[in-house]
Write a protein that binds this ligand. Structure first.
Ligand code: HSE
Length: 439
């Protein structure tokens, strides 16, 4: 597509024909008429790159469109748009770079690649004068990247809290509603197809951390990569933690938390973390059940916004891919490109130890005079202020549940280490960060 000549059609190559790719192909075929009307010209399938030609597929793809030569497909002169739904770092990165160099606009659903090496891709798109859109990389069908990049471009986002992993939300929801332990809830998630046979990427928070990096980059106009994100998964969350949350009117969720915080020298910095946290049941994110996702955005002018919906699955993710495809196709026809990377603010990333959080700590202690005072002193020695204390007496021991005010994460973890060393402390039975205000 050269010069000012308006093409009479646009041709799209799809890389990958798994659960998302096959739904992209289906929608391109079934909705061809509507897509043509919305874009302005027909959007035709030029080819589909697959690993094996004879693999079983969810949709029928004409045999002459299937190829195992992905490099050849993205290098073709008649390909205007490329959809990358292979996932992983390589060969996806090289294919996207080749597609851009070759003048194609790209739509990708690849959170791992965007979070690890986004700047390389954005620079290549900028140099090529082409679009690189990736709405499907975060929270499946939920429109969240476009609202951050476009709808809120005139506002100042201060915080993004997300439930961005459906597998872990399903497991934690199951633990909350049935009292099950982590292993039992994971097994149920696997039986129902919500968790992979190897669930590490989901349960250890890697998937959510990649999404957090993408959200933080867009929200705070700074480069944030997956390695900048503090990460803890949910495999250590116990039934006792979940019960302790219930007892204080809270629920445990795996949260991706991206915030603007005061950093070194009073400069604004970005704090990005993924970990399980207790949030009050009155918080809108507490109502996000089963495998659903939601992203809660706080901004100066708009206030609080929540985006909710299915965060995974072939068809929902394909919806986000097609939305991007229509946009980049319209841009091609208009001879323009959409907003590229915005990293002008160039904010530093705050180390986790310096990030201010709140802790919930449940402690089994001896029930005798001075114990509460000694526990309170341990918090005070580390500069941690206590917000609430609840005590439940049992025979000769008691359980203390302390919720702190905000302190640095380093002060709070030092307090917990101190408590564990105290003779009067029988066991620290639950430690978890707390988000949102409790009544
Ligand atoms: N495995 C992810 C989830 C979906 O459970 O939400 C893809 O990112």
């Amino acid at each position: 597509m050269e010069g000012d000549k308006r093409p009479d059609k646009l041709r799209v190559a799809v890389l990958g024909c798994g659960s998302v790719g096959s739904q992209v192909v289906r929608l391109l075929q079934e909705q061809a008429g509507d897509l043509a009307a919305r874009v302005g010209v027909p959007v035709e399938l030029a080819g589909v790159a697959v690993r094996r030609l004879d693999a079983p597929r969810e949709v029928e793809v004409p045999a002459d469109l299937l190829t195992t030569d992905a490099v050849g497909l993205v290098s073709r002169d008649d390909v205007d748009l490329v959809v990358e739904v292979i996932g992983g770092i390589e060969p996806a990165r090289s294919l996207i770079l080749t597609a851009l160099e070759n003048g194609a606009s790209v739509v990708s659903a690849n959170k791992a690649l965007l979070a690890e090496d986004g700047p390389t891709l954005f620079e290549a798109a900028e140099k090529a004068g082409r679009d690189l859109y990736y709405e499907a990389a975060v929270a499946g069908a939920i429109p969240i990247l476009r609202p951050l990049r476009e709808s809120l471009a005139g506002d100042r986002v201060t915080r993004v809290l997300g439930i961005v992993n459906g597998t872990t939300n399903f497991i934690l929801d199951k633990m909350d509603t049935s009292g099950a332990g982590f292993t039992e809830a994971l097994e149920e998630a696997q039986e129902l197809g919500y968790a992979e046979a190897d669930p590490t990427a989901d349960v250890e928070g890697f998937d959510a951390a990649a999404k957090a990096a993408i959200l933080a980059s867009l929200a705070f106009h700074s480069r944030v990569t997956a390695s900048d994100v503090y990460r803890e998964g949910i495999s250590e969350v116990t039934a006792a933690d979940v019960q302790s949350a219930r007892d204080m009117g809270a629920v445990v969720k795996l949260l991706a938390i991206c915030e603007l915080r005061e950093g070194e020298g009073g400069e604004e910095a970005v704090a990005v973390r993924v970990h399980p946290a207790m949030i009050p049941r009155s918080h809108p994110l507490a109502s996000v059940r089963e495998a659903y996702n939601a992203v809660f955005v706080e901004s100066e002018a708009a206030g609080q916004l929540m985006f909710y919906g299915p965060g995974a699955g072939g068809s929902p993710t394909a919806s986000a891919v097609l939305g991007d495809l229509v946009t980049v196709a319209r841009n091609r026809l208009a001879g323009t490109r959409g907003a590229g990377e915005s990293a002008y603010a160039d904010r530093a990333v705050l180390p986790m130890g310096e990030t201010r959080t709140r802790y919930h700590v449940a402690i089994d202690v001896d029930d005798r005079a001075g114990v509460l005072a000694a526990v309170a002193t341990a918090f005070a020695e580390h500069g941690v202020s206590i917000q609430t204390v609840r005590q439940e007496g049992r025979d000769d021991d008691a359980q203390l549940v302390v919720v702190s005010h905000e302190s640095t994460d380093a002060q709070l973890s030092a307090t917990v280490a101190h408590l564990r060393d105290m003779e009067i402390v029988r066991e620290v039975t639950s430690i978890m960060r707390v988000e949102g205000e409790h009544e």
